[in-house]
Design a protein around this ligand. Sequence first.
Ligand code: NAI
Length: 271
Amino acid sequence: MYNLLKGKRGIITGALDQNSIAWKVAEKAHEQGAKFVLTNAPIAMRMGQINELAEKTGSEIIPADATNVDDIANLYEKAQEVLGGKIDFVLHSIGMSVNIRKKISYTESNYDYFMKGIDVSAMSLHKMLSVAKKMDVINEGGSVVALTYMAAQRTYPFYTDMADIKAMLESIARSFGYHYGVEKKVRINTVSQSPTKTTAGTGIKGFDAFYDYADSIAPLGNADAESCADYCITLFSDLTRMVTMQNLFHDGGYSSTGVSAEVMEKFSTEE
Ligand code: NAI
């Protein structure tokens, strides 16, 4: 392969099972010569198959709840010990909405659940960045990528409170990207990914129908988890060293397409 991440040290959150986007990122980062630690919430670890991934990629697992700043500080301390130095890349691949899980509609949102969703899925990025900056964990030129979805810009009714939460996540990437960029040249971007068949994705009501719809709009079709991982790898590499504070669409062209001939066909009454 290209050894794009040779000599780099990373932290990868969110690998729950083989379908997770983070799982594919870990596999690709390993292929490209990176050393990294895996982390997930302690509860997810009991359910997940993360040990298999750790073995396969020769990496250690450090449990951390991304809403807990003490857990995050411990994660950074241990990661630097295990990897033998400061960190070059971080993947934030964490998302959960209790309102979605409980199939509560947007207008009826439960606010305790809403707050939980914000804490887990958006504020966790701020916490991870803030603790990293305080502890000076990330090397100059380091790269942080968080995963997001286009409902931050356009309304998708089924995405309920996660739409607002992703908008916040993208804003944190921009705002923190300024400060961390000025101080340490650390880059922060969000990748706005196509609908993808993962535990978080398929938990959304109507996911399958929407997946097919998006696939028939996007000129290249939906981007899968593996290609998303490839894109993340380029963002961790030095080849994108001047890219920061961006929300980058990785969606097969979906976000730039108004309508496709395939979808028009379905509504056509012409002979
Ligand atoms: P996934 O369910 O495999 O990953 C979500 C991860 O978040 C899990 O590993 C889970 O354990 C972790 N997590 C939840 N609460 C946590 C906490 N308190 N602390 C630490 N980790 C916690 O699903 P997927 O799809 O790989 O999700 C990864 C990211 O990609 C999420 O941000 C998601 O919103 C985003 N995304 C997913 C799309 C999809 O259609 N699947 C589309 C666009 C973005």
